[in-house]
Design a protein around this ligand. Structure first.
Ligand code: SF4
Length: 260
C-alpha cells in the first residue's frame, strides 16, 4: 500500500503558485537556498519559543531575564550565518516585543499554552496534514487564540490570505470539540508586533479540509509540471534551474535599459 500523501500549508501554497517550483522542491528535492530572511525568521521563532516555554514550564523570572537567556542561546546558533546589521535588527525586534508585553496584562505569558506545537492530522486514510503552530494561548475574554509569527516587511499580502490560520483553526477545533470559535492572528515582528486578527467559526474552519483534498487529488494525478512565472520568481529558490523563471526575471531587469 502507498504511503499517505503528506500535505502542509507551504506545500499546498507552492502547488497553487507554481507547479514547476513544486516539482523542484518536492519531487526532485533540489537543495534550497538559505536566504538571510529565512535565518532571521528561524532566529526570531527560536527566541520566542524558548521565551514562552520558560513561562509554560513555570518560570517566575522577569521578562527581560528570560529574554536575555533565550536571545543568547539562539544568537550562538544563528548569528554566525548573519550579518551584524541583521543580528541587531533581530535584537531590536525582540526589544520591541518586551515593550509590547509590558502593555499586556501581567498574566499574559501564563496564558500561553503551547509554542511550536507539531501536528499530524489524517484528513483521510490517504492524506495527512502536517505542520507546526507557532503559538496558542487564551485571551483576556477566554477565547482560544492561535498565532503565527511573520517576519515579512510587506504586510499587505497577508490581509487577504487567511488559509494558513484557517488551517491551524481547523486542526485545533478538531482537537477541541467543546469550543465553536477561535481567534487567529498573524503577529508582525517587523511592525512592533502588530496583530492582524480575526475570529473563525467552526463551520468556516472545517471548509479548509476540502482545499487540501482537492490539492492532494491534483498532486496525485499530475505528471507534467508547468511553470507559472510571476513576481515570486525573484525569490524562488530554483530560479537558476528554471528557464522560464530566468527569462521572466532577467527580461524585467533589463526593461528600460538604454546602454547598447
Ligand atoms: S522561477 Fe518562477 S516559474 Fe520557475 S519554478 Fe520558480 S516560481 Fe516557478
Amino acid at each position: 500500500m502507498n504511503e499517505p500523501l503528506k500535505m502542509s500549508v507551504s506545500k499546498s501554497k507552492c502547488w497553487d503558485q507554481c507547479k514547476k517550483r513544486y516539482e523542484f522542491q518536492y519531487i526532485l528535492k533540489l537543495p534550497r537556498k538559505e536566504a538571510d530572511y529565512h535565518i532571521v525568521g528561524h532566529l526570531l521563532h527560536k527566541v520566542l519559543e524558548d521565551f514562552h516555554q520558560a513561562y509554560i514550564k513555570g518560570s517566575t523570572a522577569p521578562y527581560n531575564e528570560v529574554m536575555k537567556r533565550a536571545w543568547k542561546a539562539a544568537k550562538i546558533q544563528y548569528s554566525p550565518k548573519l550579518k551584524a546589521e541583521a543580528v541587531k535588527e533581530c535584537y531590536d525586534m525582540l526589544a520591541s516585543y518586551l515593550d509590547w508585553l509590558s502593555k499586556q496584562s501581567s498574566d499574559f505569558c501564563r496564558k500561553i499554552l503551547t509554542t511550536e506545537e507539531a501536528f499530524s492530522f489524517p484528513l483521510t486514510d490517504k492524506v495527512i496534514l502536517n505542520g507546526f503552530i507557532d503559538r496558542v494561548g487564551v485571551d483576556y475574554d477566554g477565547v482560544l487564540h492561535i498565532a503565527d509569527y511573520k517576519s515579512t516587511k510587506n504586510k499587505k499580502y497577508l490581509k487577504d490570505d487567511w488559509t494558513q490560520l484557517l488551517t491551524y483553526a481547523f486542526v485545533i477545533l478538531n482537537k477541541r470539540p467543546d469550543i465553536d470559535r477561535v481567534r487567529v492572528s498573524y503577529i508582525l515582528l517587523r511592525h512592533d508586533f502588530e496583530h492582524m486578527s480575526r475570529e473563525v467559526s467552526r463551520a468556516e474552519a472545517m471548509e479548509v479540509k476540502q482545499l487540501y483534498l482537492d490539492a492532494a487529488r491534483d498532486i496525485e494525478t499530475t505528471t507534467t509540471y508547468e511553470a507559472s512565472p510571476s513576481p515570486l520568481c525573484r525569490t524562488c529558490d530554483f530560479l537558476q534551474e528554471c528557464a522560464v523563471g530566468k527569462k521572466t526575471v532577467f527580461s524585467e531587469a533589463t526593461y528600460g535599459e538604454t546602454n547598447w
